[in-house]
Ligand binder design. Structure first.
Ligand SMILES: NC(=O)c1ccc[n+]([C@@H]2O[C@H](COP(=O)([O-])OP(=O)(O)OC[C@H]3O[C@@H](n4cnc5c(N)ncnc54)[C@H](OP(=O)(O)O)[C@@H]3O)[C@@H](O)[C@H]2O)c1
Length: 331
């Protein structure tokens, strides 16, 4: 994972507080990920249709809608919370997937460059729930873009599963349009259900989208309270594309200051929850799918458990004010 800033252009258009309330709660979703026509009225959410699955309660007792899954523009449902597997070795990765599933989570994020697609496959096959209940994301790395059809087949082989729920291009690079077209072919062939992008921002999307047929189902970018993407998130959501945040807790090895932040600690204490739970809830109330990474079953269960409270508008505003455009990594 590179830390070299400035390897590619990155656009920020200012920090206007245009927080999109895409779904006001989220939960682990064990249901089907079959295509579904069911969705909330996009005019109500202002972006990709999302399926209401239940209700939640605001801190002041006011009930608010809770969404446990989003319906992607491909028609498939996706859980709104999951597990990131970056930097997890084989045994840890399998154990974390088992812990996720035991706690009710169903979404798993990996990538070719994490060198653990085989472990993710084992975790999926041995976790005790049917494959169809799980949602597996992987990504093609730019050094695979020259032979993307073979790379997709290799991912399926390493994962040892019949289809990939969501495949992303890991970040822009030479041959990315051709690689995306290969993912379009894989989707038509049933090897991949939904396709999308990672580390694409406004300028990159403006240039990329006119070159491809399929609107990405999802864009996965770095998002945490110190790097909020207050302009990029609504821009992507307004295209009907779901936004997913990587490094939601600031990133493995980079999160000590964030998890000790006094404002977040104050909000967490007010609700009797942890700082990670506040951060993950904040993401969900912005309509952002989250994939916190963890090797710790207690953390995994805690990170899924964000439904007993809601952040007030005032608390959302206080967290918005923490943004300091502090990118913790590139890829
Ligand atoms: N597309 C991309 O370019 C890209 C780049 C980076 C990452 N990603 C994806 O995003 C995922 C998330 O990133 P990440 O895993 O690096 O960072 P992260 O989710 O921001 O943070 C993970 C760190 O937080 C800790 N943690 C998790 N839950 C906790 C809790 N409840 N209390 C205290 N600490 C907690 C973990 O430690 P423990 O292990 O001790 O729980 C780990 O050190 C990755 O796993 C990967 O799937 C994508």
């Amino acid at each position: 994972m590179s830390t070299s800033l400035g390897r590619r252009s990155f656009v920020r258009l200012g920090l206007a507080a245009s927080v999109a309330l895409a779904f006001s709660g989220c939960a682990a979703q064990g249901g089907s990920s079959q295509p579904s026509a069911v969705g909330s009225d996009p005019s109500e959410t202002g972006h990709a249709p999302a399926t209401a699955q239940g209700r939640d309660t605001k801190g002041d007792g006011t009930p608010v809608e809770t969404l446990k899954a989003v319906t992607l523009n491909s028609g498939y449902e996706m859980p709104t919370q999951g597990l990131g597997t970056y930097a997890l070795d084989y045994e840890t990765c399998v154990g974390s997937i088992h812990a996720l599933v035991a706690a009710g989570g169903r979404l798993i994020d990996t990538a070719y460059m994490y060198h653990n697609e085989d472990a993710v496959g084992e975790g999926v096959r041995t976790c005790g729930v049917p494959r169809e209940e799980l949602f597996v994301t992987t990504k093609l790395y730019p050094d695979q873009f020259a032979k993307p059809d073979a790379a997709i087949d290799q991912a399926l082989e390493k994962l040892g599963i019949d289809y990939i729920d969501l495949m992303l291009l890991h970040h822009p690079g030479t041959g990315d349009v051709e690689a995306y077209r290969a993912m379009e072919r894989a989707a038509a062939a049933g090897k991949v259900r939904s396709i999308g992008l990672s580390n694409w921002y406004i300028e990159e999307l403006e240039s990329f989208l006119p070159q491809v047929e399929t609107v990405p189902a999802l864009v996965q970018n770095e998002i945490h309270p110190y790097y909020q993407e207050q302009d990029v998130v609504p821009y992507i959501q307004d295209l009907g594309i779901v936004v997913e945040g990587w490094y939601p807790l600031g990133g493995r090895g980079y999160n000590a200051e964030l998890l000790a932040d006094s404002e977040l600690t104050s909000i967490a204490q007010a609700h009797g929850v942890s700082v990670p739970q506040v951060i993950l809830r904040w993401n969900c109330q912005r309509g952002i799918v989250v994939i916190p990474g963890s090797s710790n079953p207690e953390h995994i269960a805690e990170d899924l458990n964000i439904h007993g409270f809601s952040l007030t508008d005032e608390e959302m505003t206080r967290i918005a004010a923490l943004d300091r455009a502090e990118k913790h990594d590139w890829y």
